[in-house]
Design a protein around this ligand. Structure first.
Ligand SMILES: Nc1ncnc2c1ncn2[C@@H]1O[C@H](COP(=O)(O)OP(=O)(O)OP(=O)(O)O)[C@@H](O)[C@H]1O
Length: 260
């Protein structure tokens, strides 16, 4: 079976800092992969390279078997790989619906025109559909700057999914979201990606979220993947507990997190 995403010998240095050291990963269609690691471990560097925002210093990246190193981020989006950012990338002065329509056009066209958003009923319909699916359609006419943080995150992720990508990368989807909002937010996102059959990879610091939503974990430390496997296996790995989580957790706590 062809992997949806494969990296071979992926490397990135910033001067003397090695942010990615020979990263070899293969992700199959339908997987939900969590990326964990302490600050500076190389998680965002990995996502930035895979989505075309940062050129690797060496190595290969294949999306559905096609080499994508050197392609622009927008070209990679059009191939079917979308992403969201740690801080939602929205136009604060535009309405929520306008933001989603801009995202749809950007995913469709090599040279998007903002004005192309208007007068196209099929795009408008699609944008409203995804806002409805994410439970935020009642904000459609609100300016993004007036929307609460949790809903803003959902809108950002809805924008990444609006073009029906086959793979979605999320950089800390629950960062800045309150404890009460984070599980409902992830439930909504996961229901949407399951419905669309989207393969997902997301960076997350919150181990409760990771334990509950992913089928596989990649643990990064100092530019390397130090563990790769099922959540139970990775979260109970001693090096991961020492270098990533910072404390010892027992398997029953992991199971509790997954079942909560
Ligand atoms: N543009 C840059 N210029 C110089 N060094 C960088 C740059 N981007 C990242 N680095 C360095 O590369 C290493 C990996 O950074 P990266 O942001 O990928 O880590 P991270 O795991 O995403 O951390 P965090 O959880 O804090 O977001 C760090 O040492 C960081 O300082």
């Amino acid at each position: 079976m062809t992997a949806i995403l494969e990296t071979i010998g992926l490397q990135r240095t910033f001067g003397a800092v090695v942010a990615a050291k020979d990263i070899n990963v293969r992700i199959d269609k339908g997987e939900v992969v969590g990326v964990i690691g302490s600050n500076g471990a190389g998680k965002t560097t990995f996502i930035n390279m895979v989505t075309g925002y940062l050129p690797p210093s060496g190595g290969k990246i294949l999306f559905e078997g096609q080499h994508i190193v050197g392609q622009e981020p927008r070209a990679i989006t059009r191939l079917g790989m979308a992403r969201s950012f740690q801080v939602a990338q929205l136009f604060p002065q535009l309405s929520v619906l306008e933001n989603v329509m801009v995202a749809l056009i950007a995913a469709e066209s090599p040279r998007p025109s903002f004005f192309a958003a208007y007068g196209n009923t099929s795009r408008r319909k699609r944008a409203l559909e995804i806002l409805d699916e994410f439970g935020v359609v009642h904000y459609k006419d609100a300016r993004v700057s007036a929307v609460p943080q949790g809903a803003r995150k959902l809108i950002d992720i809805a924008m990444a999914l609006v073009s029906n990508p086959r793979m979605l990368l999320l950089d800390e989807p629950t960062s800045g979201v309150s404890v009460e909002e984070k599980f409902p937010l992830m439930d909504t996102v996961m229901a949407a990606v399951k419905h669309h059959g989207t393969t997902v990879l997301f960076v997350e610091h919150d181990m409760d979220i990771v334990a509950r939503y992913v089928s596989r974990i990649l643990a990064f430390y100092s530019g390397e993947i130090i563990a790769d496997g099922a959540p139970m296996q990775v979260l109970s790995n001693e090096r991961v507990q020492e270098l990533v989580i910072g404390h010892h957790i027992v398997p029953s706590e992991i199971l509790e997190g997954a079942a909560a």
